[in-house]
Write a protein that binds this ligand. Structure first.
Ligand SMILES: Nc1ncnc2c1ncn2[C@@H]1O[C@H](COP(=O)(O)OP(=O)(O)OP(=O)(O)O)[C@@H](O)[C@H]1O
Ligand SMILES: [Mg+2]
Length: 205
């Protein structure tokens, strides 16, 4: 059993606490928290893992999403193990929320944000990777080198539709991906109405 402690905590969402693996800095463990506000059970996790297995079988490269490494037991309960996305300097990569919350920061990275968001969209379309809602808190902007960046979706992968046509028929998948991307653009516009750099960015993604 893996022992987790607060000092290893690297992120928190509404449903999961994310810890760095105590022995492997390249991995993180996601532990479900049954916070009383929200409890979507482990159904969501099952859906995510089923979808990950499908992508692995298809041989999709782990460029736009972190690799999944199975489940383990911890002192805090069962955990799902994923690749932990880090910048070149070793710090855990920050989410788009960080880069979009302040117009000066967005402006400073505008070119690479535009380029990498387009890369991410193309990755999803090329490999038919379906997502649920795309949100800035669920995408990290990884700095691989001074002039090399990458967007990685760290949460909300997969399809909740009852008839999984999108998952198995690429044409339907592409329609779905484009629709999710449009929703994402609308969400950014809504979330950052006063960030002029975000509004300019949206013209190019
Ligand atoms: N693979 C990863 N690499 C780097 N950071 C990560 C990774 N996975 C999660 N994080 C960080 O931890 C936070 C919470 O993780 P995650 O989004 O998976 O939790 P969640 O509870 O499912 O989220 P939500 O509130 O969107 O449902 C993220 O916003 C991100 O900052
Ligand atoms: Mg999340």
């Amino acid at each position: 059993m893996i022992m987790l402690e607060k000092s290893l905590l690297v992120g928190q969402g509404l449903h999961r606490d994310v810890y760095q693996h105590p022995e492997n800095p390249k991995l993180c463990l996601k532990v479900r928290m049954d916070r009383d506000r929200v409890n979507r059970g482990d159904q969501e996790e099952q859906r995510e893992q089923t979808y990950y297995r499908l992508l692995a079988k298809r041989g999709v490269p782990w460029e736009g999403i972190p690799e999944f490494h199975g489940n383990v037991e911890t002192n805090l309960g069962p955990a799902a193990v994923f690749e932990l996305i880090r910048d070149a300097d070793g710090t855990v990569s920050r989410t788009l929320e960080h880069y979009l919350a302040d117009a000066r920061i967005t402006e400073a990275h505008l070119n690479e944000l535009i380029f990498e968001l387009n890369q991410l969209k193309n990755y999803l379309l090329r490999h038919n990777v379906i997502t649920m809602s795309l949100k800035p808190k669920n995408i990290v902007f990884q700095r691989l080198a001074d002039d090399q960046w990458r967007c990685v979706i760290i949460d909300n992968i997969g399809n909740s539709d009852w008839i999984p046509l999108m998952t198995y028929v690429p044409l339907f998948g592409r329609i779905k991906i484009r629709r999710k991307w449009q929703d994402f653009e609308r969400r950014l516009k809504r979330m950052y109405p006063l960030n002029d750099a975000v509004l300019r960015m949206l013209k190019f993604i």
